[in-house]
Design a protein around this ligand. Structure first.
Ligand SMILES: [Mg+2]
Length: 211
């Protein structure tokens, strides 16, 4: 019997977001907690915390310490910088079940991390050791790349480093804008809501791919 030609699988790499996917979500509650820590009103903090300063931090234009110092001066708070930094980085709590899932997926696929994060990532990562799951050259940090999601360039640059085309990638993120860009560029996308839903969506994408 002649062997059926086997169709080559299209999906080669699964790319994970960090904040809100591998860690707990930075939700409205996050603003309240930071505001509480700084002893200011949430509505005063929010535009400062999520505005241009945050973009500059993501793009590596300012350091984590500069970001925190600027936030304090703009909202009129006076806390010890080391305490504030520990508090800020401590807010990211890793979801072990998602970490285990990524590790499992990593047995069958190339996996990568693409995260908007300032240079505080390195201190954050002393606890979480993401290099135990993702190979070091497959951890893409916005502050190192001087680009940030949801802009096209950071996705294209990560794919180029991986040597992959958009259609060879699945991108998992909890942010609609990031998902929109990835989808527009031709990647298969999964908007993270829960691990169960991600597993189901990924199975569907791969089933279609293997058909
Ligand atoms: Mg996120």
């Amino acid at each position: 019997m002649p062997k059926k030609p086997t169709k080559e699988k299209k999906i080669k790499v699964i790319i994970f977001d960090n904040n809100g996917v591998l860690t707990t979500n930075d939700s409205e509650d996050g603003y309240n907690k930071v505001a509480e820590f700084l002893e200011v009103e949430t509505h005063v903090l929010k535009p400062v915390w999520s505005g241009e300063l945050a973009q500059a931090l993501d793009e590596g234009k300012i350091t984590c310490d500069d970001f925190l110092k600027n936030v304090m001066s703009m909202v009129g708070a006076e806390k010890d910088l080391d305490d504030f930094r520990s508090f800020y980085l401590g807010r990211y709590v890793q979801k072990h079940e998602v970490r285990d899932f990524a590790k499992r997926i990593g047995n069958d696929f190339e996996i990568a991390l693409l995260t908007n994060f300032g240079d505080g990532f390195h201190e954050f990562n002393k606890r979480w050791k993401l290099e135990e799951i993702f190979e070091e050259d497959k951890i893409f940090l916005s502050c190192d790349m001087k680009m940030r999601k949801p802009n096209d360039d950071i996705f294209l640059s990560a794919l180029e480093s991986l040597g992959r085309k958009p259609e060879e990638a699945v991108f998992i993120d909890d942010n609609h804008d990031n998902i929109d860009t990835a989808g527009r560029l031709g990647m298969a996308t999964i908007l993270f809501e829960s691990l169960e839903q991600v597993e189901k969506d990924l199975q569907n994408i791969l089933q279609y791919d293997y058909a």
